[in-house]
Write a protein that binds this ligand. Structure first.
Ligand SMILES: [Zn+2]
Ligand SMILES: [Zn+2]
Length: 86
């Protein structure tokens, strides 16, 4: 069983990793608040090549170098990735 895993509301998108997170953060920036519809974004950071993602993922740029991934079926916010640092 993967160390970290989860998915979206409808189950179409699943993600998992056995890697240890690079760091853990709580972000209170305005973009995270709006993107998640919550007061803050509690997240863990992994190397992209250590995470397995199954299912369709749609992305939207919330700023020029930051993409936020979500399920196109149910709209669940899943993750974000920075284009600049890979
Ligand atoms: Zn979904
Ligand atoms: Zn933020």
């Amino acid at each position: 069983m993967a160390k970290y895993g989860g998915g979206c509301l409808c189950g179409a998108v699943r993600y998992r990793t056995d890697a240890a997170p690079i760091n853990e953060r709580v972000c209170h920036c305005r973009l995270c608040q709006k993107a998640l519809g919550a007061a803050f974004n509690a997240r863990v950071l992994f190397r992209i090549d250590e995470v397995t993602i199954d299912g369709p993922v749609a992305t939207v740029n919330s700023s020029p170098d930051l993409k936020r991934g979500f399920c196109p079926g149910c709209g669940t916010t899943l993750f974000s990735r920075r284009d600049s640092t890979g």
